[in-house]
Design a protein around this ligand. Structure first.
Ligand code: S3P
Length: 444
């Protein structure tokens, strides 16, 4: 799961993009599908699972803790769970690769089981803060020894029975919320998380779907989420909708590459995930929802996207949680808009797979785009639709979304843009470049 040999890729200006592209399964929902299935008693089936490295890290960890997980030739994954409370001591360290979601959610699961687990990861993950989960999980009774700065590698010894807590999230983080709720599954009593700012709610939806006693109550202090342990989960048949965070690259690519007209199928439109679509529409993007439906309890539609003249906006800070992973590609859209786009209030970007404010500022500036870096965001002067100068090699910093975002930028650049290493793209979107080639070739 390491990317020892960098895989550079040169992007030449190309287009228009035409035809249809289906995005792979949602990463957040895929992780949770495996974890909850592994805790149910009996066999669950998962269709449309994202087979990216991050999700495979979760699968390997759940196997190491006793679940049976197999992929059929039909592409359906079957998981036989051990029951809440039934996770086994893993024999070796759990290698989380590049995946913050695997790490933080699994720390929550282990925290209320009588096992000790060591979590390791790649250079990117080993630089990311884990204090945000260590703090609440320690309050529940877990004993955690982390590397300096609250980082990986770390060792976590769970406590059974763990202590239920009430916790108000100090940062808007679905991973922290989910870690606590997952710990609460095997904790007697009521574990309560108060979320002042709503973040993606897949954990709540799926825990309820698996039969956990979970309630969500709106209040002036935010969403109050209560889980009653110890829970019993029933196996489910799950269809994972397509990932809006993967669709994001195509939405921006078709919007900025002249002449483009594409349909992105199977896009999850959970309202806690659609901030990028809202922002692009404010900029004048032409995005049409077709065949709205429900898949796996989540709203889904196909999106027709046509090239459009984009106009700069001040990105409303309140939509940050619903587009947190999409800022890098939004910055690319801004580079082609008329005027100065400013996005503030997005401090969290500093602690993603890379420091996405600094990495994108450097990458866009290297391509000749005027960028001003703020502590919590960027201001970008766009071309008004013309190609950016390009002609740079981009340091993608083990960050899949930087590699894909700057690939999109390179599609409409005067000189080629080279991505230093596209290896990390396989963490979330293994078929990205194959799909790009098909959209460039157009319908057969
Ligand atoms: C995720 C939550 C977000 C997001 C990440 C996936 C999840 O992280 O950036 O890609 O599946 O819960 P934070 O909780 O750190 O905001």
């Amino acid at each position: 799961m390491s990317h020892a040999a960098p895989q550079p890729r040169r992007i030449d200006a190309q287009g228009p993009l035409t035809g249809t592209v289906a995005v792979p399964g949602d990463k957040s929902i895929s992780h949770r599908s495996l974890m909850l299935s592994a805790l149910a008693v009996g066999e669950s089936r998962i269709e449309g699972l994202l087979e990216g490295e991050d999700v495979l890290a979760t699968a390997a960890a759940m196997r190491a803790m006793g679940a049976t997980i197999d992929r059929g030739d039909d592409g359906v994954w079957r998981v036989s769970g051990v029951g809440v409370g039934g996770l086994l001591q893993p024999a070796g360290a759990l290698d989380m690769g590049n995946s913050g979601t695997s790490t933080r959610l699994l720390m929550g699961l282990v925290a209320s089981h009588p096992i000790t687990a060591t979590f390791t990861g790649d250079a990117s993950l080993s630089g990311r803060p884990m204090g945000r989960v260590i703090e609440p999980l320690a309050r529940m009774g877990a004993d955690i020894t982390a590397s300096p700065g609250g980082r990986l590698p770390l060792m976590l010894r769970g406590l059974t029975p763990a202590v239920p807590i009430e916790y108000t999230l100090p940062v808007a983080s679905a991973q922290v919320k989910s870690a606590i709720l997952l710990a609460g599954l095997n904790t007697p009593g009521i574990t309560r998380v108060i979320e002042p700012v709503a973040t993606r709610d897949h954990s709540e939806r799926m825990l309820a779907g698996f039969g956990a006693n979970l309630t969500v109550t709106p209040s002036p202090a935010g969403r109050i989420i209560e889980i009653h342990g110890e829970a019993e989960l029933k196996p489910q048949s799950i269809t994972v909708p397509g990932d809006p965070s993967s669709a994001a690259f195509w939405l921006v690519a078709a919007s900025v590459v002249p002449g483009s007209d594409i349909v992105v199928t199977n896009v999850g439109l959970n309202p806690t995930r659609t901030g990028l679509i809202a922002a692009l529409r404010l900029m004048g993007a032409d995005i049409e929802e077709v065949d709205a439906r429900t898949v796996g309890g989540e709203p889904v539609a196909d999106l027709r996207v046509r090239h459009a003249a984009l106009t700069a906006i001040d990105v409303p800070a309140e939509i940050a949680p619903s587009m947190i992973d999409e800022y890098p590609v939004l910055f690319v859209a801004a580079a082609f808009a008329a005027g100065r786009t400013t996005a503030r209030g997005a401090h969290e970007l500093r602690v993603k797979e890379s420091d996405r404010i600094a990495t994108m500022a450097t990458a866009l500036a290297a391509c000749g785009v005027q960028v001003e870096e703020h502590e919590d965001g960027l201001s970008i002067d766009g071309t008004g639709g013309d190609a950016i100068p390009g002609g740079a090699t981009i340091a993608s910093k083990l960050d899949h979304r930087i590699a894909m975002s700057m690939t999109v930028a390179g599609l409409h650049a005067v000189r080629p843009v080279t991505i230093d290493d596209i290896g990390p793209v396989a963490t979330s979107y293994p078929g990205f470049y194959a799909s790009l080639d098909r959209l460039i070739a157009g319908p057969a």
